[in-house]
Design a protein around this ligand. Structure first.
Ligand SMILES: NC(=O)c1ccc[n+]([C@@H]2O[C@H](COP(=O)([O-])OP(=O)(O)OC[C@H]3O[C@@H](n4cnc5c(N)ncnc54)[C@H](OP(=O)(O)O)[C@@H]3O)[C@@H](O)[C@H]2O)c1
Length: 257
């Protein structure tokens, strides 16, 4: 059995759950983190039916300020050799920014930006010391343009993009890499959580979570700086980068509304 561990945040559903399954298949031991422990325990049981790995389930609300220190302490007490960090936990809020409860928006900023940054700092330092590590940051195609009605959410993902790509540069030569994933609409609980109705056009382009997770992990193990899964998402990022900001804002607004 491999003695390396992968931390997957947000492993109780969607892409996180698929990351966990695929990493177990590759022989990694796991630390699964989310709030819904029953879901994590179910996933652990399912993985153990087909793979011999060591799996720890950790129930944490990653919005809480001390949750990142708790995760580090858990890893240290159990002497786990963490070589992979998947910063996947995240959620979106949709609607007119000024009408949304500000408390929810602040929690989103904390999870999507604060927790991701702190975990990257804590485990990035451990990995650098051990001269081995892979960090996967889950951003979004929404990072490439202003997205009215998802304004703060897409801004959190733009932060993830700029922070993570810069950090990957800083870490060159250290045997620790940071890969940023830019998924487009993917079939998960994301839309339910963000109370978003998926329009017909978007519904037709939905990728599956296992598809996205597989593409992302392949890129991460190749130490790629970034990965946009799927041709539709690649085209949307290309047009967002090539078109005037006013135009991409308008088209994002039409898709989001
Ligand atoms: N689906 C899409 O279309 C899409 C597109 C672009 C980017 N993304 C990004 O992909 C990532 C994964 O989302 P998903 O699509 O797989 O959605 P999902 O099915 O809703 O999964 C989100 C995961 O994050 C966890 N999470 C949420 N709040 C948390 C908290 N306070 N503490 C700990 N864990 C928390 C959830 O677990 P618990 O509820 O059990 O805590 C869940 O496991 C997110 O960063 C999202 O922004 C999604």
């Amino acid at each position: 059995m491999n003695n390396e561990y992968a931390i997957v945040t947000g492993a109780s559903s969607g892409m996180g759950l698929e990351f966990a399954k695929l990493l177990a298949k590759r022989g990694y031991n796991l630390v699964l983190v989310a709030r819904r422990t029953d879901r994590l325990e179910r996933l652990k049981k399912e993985i153990l039916e087909s793979h011999q790995t060591d799996i720890h389930v950790l129930s944490l609300d990653l919005v809480e300020m001390d949750s990142t220190d708790k995760l580090l302490a858990f890893v240290q007490v159990n002497k786990l050799n963490v070589t992979i960090l998947i910063n996947n936990a995240g959620f979106g809020t949709s609607g007119d920014f000024l009408s949304l409860p500000i408390e929810k928006t602040m929690e989103m900023l904390q999870l999507n930006i604060g927790t991701l940054t702190k975990l990257t700092y804590l485990f990035g330092n451990e990995m650098k010391k051990n001269k081995l590590g892979y960090i996967l940051q889950v951003s979004s195609v929404g990072a490439f343009q202003p997205s009215p009605y998802f304004a703060a959410y897409s801004a959190t993902k733009a932060y993830v993009m700029l922070f993570s790509e810069a950090l990957d540069f800083e870490l060159k030569g250290s045997n620790v890499s940071v890969t940023t994933l830019y998924p487009g609409a993917t079939k998960t609980e994301f839309f339910e959580v963000s109370e978003t109705k998926v329009n017909k056009l978007v519904a037709r382009t939905l990728m599956t979570a296992d598809e996205v997770a597989d593409i992302a992990l392949n890129a991460m193990f190749k130490r790629k700086r970034s990965i946009v899964p799927g041709i539709i998402n690649k085209l949307s990022v290309f047009f967002a980068q090539m078109s005037p900001r006013k135009m991409t804002t308008w088209s994002a607004a039409n898709i989001m509304k």
